[in-house]
Design a protein around this ligand. Structure first.
Ligand code: ATP
Ligand code: LTN
Length: 331
């Protein structure tokens, strides 16, 4: 890695099929930033088990997710790509940072509140301390930038607070990271329920990166809109249409005004088909490439093994420093 470049860290849980939301909110910005920064991109399987996972599926999805990262354009030669559980320093630092995080801070996390409502029969300690593990992910690598969707802003803020607290107690140890949240596509909503975030653990209303064209077109045809006919961006009163406009613009690079003008007087049928077509064209090369890469298990394994080795080396530097500062006896 070129030490002069700034560092990026980001990750996605292998808890379901990657969605158009994770692509527009996160992955495509990773690709856009890869020339300018040194990137570490993680498949956060330890985060995924904060809610119950099927073991065989989790294993398959973790590898498929790596194939999809590469198919989206992330270059394994330019970035470190790895699986979180292959780098034990994440869990070790998370334990330590948990001792510098307040119960009250974690209680205020909106993702914890939402997930504990969704999984009321299984609210584990891991679900509660999830943001501490995320802080460990980021701080281990002294990351400067964390490209994520809007829903993760609060976790990155907490990471900064933990880092600042630790630095204040023990002198400068961690780089303070900043969230990078895109202007367009930071919060793609469900096609079924434009009041809810498109989310891979709620497959209804989701477009998946691996969906074939006919499935994508069908999903957009069925997307919830409203009982008017005007294609206008108005989040409060027309959340469904506004979400479709956002997706269309994020997929084509057009502005909202240009898209409104393009569909003026055309009705929702034409509009929804056009959004579906734009997404089909955006995702087609990704799906085809991911399918090809998935056929080469040896290549995928070589990428995640090499990634973990490089990540362990970097992670160890930070972890040893932390252990020394807090008073652990050197090994
Ligand atoms: P889960 O349903 O398991 O919580 P998810 O679909 O919400 O998963 P994450 O793994 O939490 O996805 O998120 C992966 C990345 O994609 C994060 O940076 C997140 O902010 C971003 N992201 C997820 N969903 C969306 C969305 N609907 N719009 C924009 N960005 C999103
Ligand atoms: N919590 C994130 C996934 C995640 C992450 C990270 C993102 C885990 N560790 C570190 C950025 C940096 C989510 O999307 N649910």
């Amino acid at each position: 890695m070129d030490e002069r470049k700034k560092r990026i860290f980001s990750g996605i849980q292998p808890s379901g099929e990657l969605t158009l939301g994770s692509y527009m909110g996160a992955i495509r910005n990773w690709v856009a930033l890869q020339e300018e920064y040194d990137g570490l991109y993680c498949i956060v399987d330890e985060h995924a088990i904060t809610v119950r996972q099927d073991p065989a599926l989790l294993r398959r999805r973790s590898v498929a997710q790596l194939a999809q990262y590469i198919a989206c354009g992330l270059d394994p030669e330019k970035n470190i790509m790895f699986i979180q559980s292959h780098v034990p320093q994440h869990a070790e630092l998370a334990w330590i940072l948990g001792c510098y995080t307040q119960f009250g801070e974690l209680s205020r996390m909106t993702q914890f509140k939402a997930k504990s409502a969704q999984h009321a029969d299984n609210i584990t300690a891991g679900l509660f301390t999830y943001p501490v593990l995320m802080a460990a992910d980021i701080l281990l690598y002294q990351a400067d930038l964390v490209p994520v969707g809007e829903d993760q802003r609060q976790h990155v803020e907490l990471t900064r607070d933990i880092a600042q607290r630790f630095n204040g107690l023990y002198s400068n140890t961690f780089t303070l990271p900043e969230a990078f949240i895109p202007k367009m596509g930071a919060r793609i909503m469900s096609l079924d329920d434009p009041g809810a975030k498109m989310s891979k653990s709620a497959p209804e209303g989701c477009v998946n990166l691996m969906d074939p064209p006919e499935v994508i077109l069908k999903k957009f045809k069925r997307a919830v809109t409203d009982c008017e006919t005007a294609v206008k961006f108005d989040k409060a009163n027309k959340p469904g249409v506004s979400n479709l406009l956002t997706i269309y613009c994020a997929a084509t690079g057009k502005t909202i005004e240009a898209a409104e003008a393009e569909f003026a007087g055309q009705g929702y049928g034409v509009f929804k088909s056009a959004v579906g077509e734009a997404v089909v064209e955006l995702l087609r090369p990704i799906r085809e490439e991911a399918e090809r890469i998935m056929g080469d298990k040896a290549y995928l394994e070589s990428v995640y093994q090499a990634g973990a080795e490089r990540a362990r080396y970097l992670a160890n530097k930070t972890l040893s420093k932390v252990q020394r500062k807090i008073g652990f006896v050197a090994r």
